[in-house]
Write a protein that binds this ligand. Structure first.
Ligand SMILES: Cc1cc2nc3c(=O)[nH]c(=O)nc-3n(C[C@H](O)[C@H](O)[C@H](O)COP(=O)(O)O)c2cc1C
Length: 443
């Protein structure tokens, strides 16, 4: 396996050398064109680099980690092996190392002016441009540990952003603890990171997410002290915003299209005041379109690995599990020995990840990454009168204004053990075959 790249730009260069990175050289508007172009690239399964934005010299990257080939290039594992890859590596945190000189501090901006960033307008009814790929770093006043997570930021002024830090996050808990102690809440926002740090920041861990990044890398992550804050940031990030969450200032935030594909309600949220901006020479601004495969994958990897671990404790014969392409739907692959095992495993997995609303268990001959195949198993193998359980009054997705997540459904789409010989899957003679070779053969 190739060594894992240190940063976003070397990873993008690798994608480029493999012909997997699309680039638009023409000048484009971050407000009217960028999101639609990235959306079009997503439909082709490719990341997109926008080399020039109107009135702004910074490059922008979208969908940097939203495809099968990106998983293989970034992590050196396959889509099928991704949960096991995470589960094996994530168990032991590796402390970060502090360096004195860091690429992310090559340039220290004279004055803070967020208009220097090509922040895009992502959805038609969004209240304004949003930074969606900013990893917010804060410090727990009790443990002294740093915490990191994605919290979207709505542009409000040259040095002001409305902070969409939801009450379910550890970041919010830290902010509340600091408020109670009368401490100011410093926060650094790192933008432009390698997929390893992106996955780690999406996780909900009791320890520092950058120690998790070290564990995933198999070596400590290099961090550097902020210029103005008592915090450290990834040394190889592209851009860092240093600032403070204003305790007494709130402004309306939203709407912004969210991961479920809707516009959540507008709410008053705290303002993050930026006091210093540092970046690399020639920085790359990173953005993530919400509700896309990229966002789902980032959330699904750590949570899917936890669900897989829980399922394995509940039943034997578990082959794999995925929360992709859609987090509220869990597909579990199992070679069952006893009837009832798939249901036990589904209940354990769905209990582990409250987001999950529907769980489906399939046999090992079903491709769990192919929803058509999963649907085929459901319609041909499920005895609806026996194999579907609705579990009521359980905890669901915490930000569910319409209370649609108060129940879960578990579907056992595995073949009944005593009917196996009647459910043998038909196979095409000699498939799969290399069609390309035949097309190129001289007639
Ligand atoms: C691309 C992306 C955008 C996200 N946006 C938000 C957001 O705006 N607000 C929020 O509270 N969580 C958001 N999340 C989820 C959190 O980052 C995630 O729950 C994380 O575990 C929070 O970290 P923490 O619990 O350590 O604070 C987002 C996740 C991803 C992958």
């Amino acid at each position: 396996m190739d060594p894992i790249e240190k940063d976003l730009r070397t990873y993008l260069a690798k994608l480029g050398s493999r012909g997997e990175l699309l680039t638009v050289e023409a000048e484009v508007s971050p407000r009217t064109e960028a999101a639609a172009l990235i959306d079009a690239a997503i439909k082709r399964g490719r990341p997109l680099m926008l080399a020039r934005s109107t009135g702004n010299p910074m490059r922008m990257i979208g969908n940097s980690f939203g495809s099968r080939s990106a998983i293989e290039t970034a992590l050196g594992c396959t889509e099928t092996g991704i949960m096991a890859w995470f589960g094996e590596r994530a168990s032991k945190a590796i402390p970060v190392v502090l360096v004195d000189k860091a690429p992310v501090q090559e340039v220290i901006a004279d004055a803070v002016d967020l208009d220097r960033l090509p922040i895009p307008l992502l959805h038609q009814e969004d209240a304004g441009p949003y930074i969606t790929a900013g990893i917010g770093i804060t410090k727990d006043p009790e443990s002294g540990r740093q915490n990191a997570g994605y919290y979207s930021l709505q542009l409000k002024g040259k040095d002001r952003l409305a902070l969409r830090m939801l009450p379910s996050t550890q970041g919010y808990e830290i902010f509340q603890k600091r408020l109670k102690r009368g401490l100011r809440t410093e926060m650094a926002v790192a933008i432009g990171l390698h997929p390893i740090e992106m996955i780690a920041a999406s996780a909900h861990t009791p320890f520092d997410e950058f120690e998790l990044a070290g564990a995933l890398r198999g070596e400590p992550l290099e961090m550097v002290r902020c210029q103005t804050l008592d915090l450290a940031v990834p040394a190889h990030a592209e851009i860092v915003l240093e600032g403070v969450i204003l305790p007494d200032v709130k402004e309306p935030e939203g709407p912004i299209g969210d991961w479920l594909g809707y516009y959540p309600l507008v709410e008053d949220r705290h303002i993050f005041k930026v006091e210093r901006m540092t970046h690399r020479r020639d920085p790359i601004f990173q953005t993530i379109l919400s509700g896309t495969a990229e966002e789902n994958l980032l959330l699904a990897i750590p949570r899917g690995a936890a669900a897989l671990g829980a399922a394995r404790k509940a039943a034997s014969g578990i082959r794999n599990l995925t929360l992709d392409p859609f987090l509220p739907c869990c597909v579990l692959q199992i070679a069952k020995t006893f009837e009832g095992e798939p249901m036990n495993a589904l209940l354990a997995a769905m209990g582990e990840v409250p987001f999950v609303k529907i769980g489906i268990a399939v046999d090992p001959d079903v491709d769990l990454h192919n929803m058509n195949d999963v649907m085929w198993a459901m319609v041909t193998r499920t005895r609806l009168e026996n194999d579907v359980n609705i579990i009521r009054n359980v905890m669901g997705f915490s930000r569910d204004p319409f209370q649609l997540y108060k129940a879960k459904m578990a579907i056992d789409a595995t073949v009944p053990l005593d009917l196996r010989d009647k459910f043998k899957r038909s196979k095409i003679t000699n498939a799969p075959i290399d069609l390309e070779k035949y097309l190129q053969k001289a007639t």
